[in-house]
Structure formats: structure tokens, C-alpha cells
Write a protein that binds this ligand. Sequence first.
Ligand code: HAM
Length: 420
Amino acid sequence: MSTFKAPKGTYDLLPPDSATYLAVREAIAAPLRNSGYGYVETPGFENVELFARGVGESTDIVNKEMYSFTTRGGDQLALRPEGTASVLRAALEANLHKAGNLPVKLWYSGSYYRYERPQKGRYRHFSQVGAEAIGAEDPALDAELIILADQAYRSLGLSQFRILLNSLGDKECRPVYRAALQDFLRGLDLDEDTRRRIDINPLRVLDDKRDDVQKQLVGAPLLRDYLCDACKAYHEQVRELLTAAGVVYEDDPKLVRGLDYYTRTTFEFVHDGLGSQSAVGGGGRYDGLSEMIGGPALPSVGWALGVDRTVLALQAEGVALDLPAATSVFAVPLGEEARRVLFAKVTEVRKAGVAADFSYGGKGLKAAMKAANRSGARFAIVAGERDLAEGVVQLKDMESGEQEAVAVDEIVAVLQGKLG
Ligand code: HAM
């Protein structure tokens, strides 16, 4: 062990577990790639103001959890706590919305940083795969995104997740609700911190996890009852489209999200095997965000799924992914001549698309076969001087233990045939 450890709230991804993370990222991305979403990558840090304005000054994410810093050059930056503001910033900066093809559909995968109190499922460095559809107001687009996330989770073999759905209204109806909620909340017995929240971000009070607060919230006005006709009709269409697609969801009129930019459709994917950090993903519509960061009106919708929590959900359900073997063929040379010949063969086999590895470090037969075993390879090719003198290598089936001599010139084709 070195003197250093991974910083608090972070962990390393190492083989063999890291393969699951890669597979999860790919499984989430696959339905997006298949649905017109193009890959976007933005910097790991941004101007701090982008998040302050985008995610919201009154959110925990911006207030308490952001890694912000001043550079040597005096710029105020922050490690990105989420992806939506960055992706929208990038799309606006590149004028993607002016290319005449709306919505601009983008997907991303990367690291995010929040200075949270670490616990299982909650880290200071975590990873998300996300999708944003920018510049269109169409309930089918909201539905598409929810359907694609559902499809991703099902393709991973997950079944114990639920989709919570709500509408947060728009700039017409939400202020009316907000005022009604503030009136209600002011009549409750709440601590000072929470009272302050009533003024700044009353909807977040609904999300308070404490029992004594939740008890008092029974009977709180619900946004559902304040939605304007346009929001109601929009939400109804989203619901109908999801139902028609066979996606099961639950209406959750108390669902609020930890980011301020949401309007209308909001949703969360929760997994029942995860304890308190049960949200595996979330998203919604953010029709006002573009204007909040100085852009034109661009109604948009998106989500992000947490890779770390999705892996925990797989564990909770006991799902083992069907991962392709890291190594199919393992070469064991005995002696210098064999090293040269087998190294060349391994290179050839790899070029032919077969995953192959080699016994390095001049190991003896026993240690090399142990390495072959550990690699999980289906076949080992073993060759010593006598084999090469006869123009053959030994092909060992690691499952059955059977061994046969195969001509050196034919070994690549034989392996391709057996593994193809
Ligand atoms: P979010 O709900 O803040 O939304 O994060 C999405 C997911 O990221 C969560 O459901 C969770 O799985 C994962 N996550 C968040 N914080 C942590 C953490 N500290 N440790 C582990 N996992 C975490 C957003 O970030 C929005 N940008 C989603 C979105 C996209 N809305 C519209 N477009």
C-alpha cells in the first residue's frame, strides 16, 4: 500500500468489477445511440456562474455541494455537479440549435462531483450517463426519453425499479401554486432552516425526509391541483404515450427534484433494493434553462442515470451481467524461440478480433498455466522447442482439458473457427 488513499467519498474502479461499470454505461447508451442522440463531451469544470444560474442559487447542489475554486488566473470555476447546464451551454455556444434540426439530441457519459456526506450510493465523485433533447416542446419527446431509460434498465435485467412521474407546471401556474404552498408551510411548526427554505425554495420542503416534517405535510396543497390547462393537457399526453408504450409508472404528486430548472414533466427512477439512496436516475423538462443562462427560448427535456447506483441495483437484484470474456486465448511459450513465434501469433489472433494475452516475464510452465487459468481464457496455446521443431503448437481447451497439436500456420484460423 502507498501512503495515499482515494479521497473520502471516492473509490476506484478496478478489474474485474470495472467491466460491469463499462457494460452499464454501454447498456444505457445503446438505446440513445439507436434513437438519434449524438455523443457530446464537455469539460469537467465550468464557470461557476453557469451552475449557480442553471441549477439554482437556492439548491443544496450549488450552495453546499459544489467544488468551486479560483484559478491562478482568477477565473471562478467549479467541478461539474451535473451535466445538463454544461451540455446546454455547449450546444448554445456551437449554435447547434440554429442548424435547423430541432430537437438537438445529445447523450453523454462522465464524472460528476458533489461535496456530499458520503454513504453507500452517495459519493463525492460519481458517474452518470445522460441525455438531453434540446429545443422542442413535444410530449412525445418526454415520453421517448422515459421509454429509453426504461429500455436501458430492462436490457440490463433490472426489474425492481419504479418510475415516479410528476408535472411541476410552468411559469403560468407554478407561481400561483408556490404562493399557496408558502401560505400553508408558514402555518407549520418548522425549524429555522426549513423556514428560510419556505421563502427561497418552498417546493424543496415537500422533499424533506424527516418524519415529523412529513407528518405536517399531509394536506399540503399539491401542484397537480394548480396546473394550468396547457400543463395538464401536456402531462396527460405524456402519460398516455407511456401507457401506450407499455411503460409502467406511478404518479407522484409530491415528486420534486434537487435542481431548480425543471418545468412540467419531472420523473425519477427509484430502486427498492437501495435503501435511502434509492434514486438511480432522474430528469425532466427544463423549458426555461436556456434563457436562464443567456440563451434564446429553447424548451428541452433530459435525464441522467447514475452509473454507481445502477451497479448497486444490479447487485441488489443479484443480476450478473453476461460479460464477454476479457481473454479468449492465452499463449504460453516455453523457451526463446517459442516466445518469438507465439508473440507473433498472439498479435495475429488479436488482429483477427480474438481477445488474446501472453505469458510475460519468462514464467515456467506451471506458473504460466496458472496465469492462463486466471485469465479466464477458453484456450491456451502452449509451445516448446520440440513442438516448434515439428511445426506445431499445443492447443489446450481450458474447459475440457483436452489438448491437440495444431500446425503453427493453421492456429489462427483454427482459433477463429472455434471462437467465431
Ligand atoms: P440528479 O437527480 O441530480 O439529476 O442526478 C441523477 C442521478 O445521478 C441520480 O439519480 C443518482 O443516480 C446519480 N447521483 C447524483 N448524485 C450522486 C452522488 N452523490 N453519488 C452517486 N450518484 C449520484 C441530474 O443530475 C440532472 N442533470 C438530470 C437531468 C438531465 N435533468 C435533465 N436532464
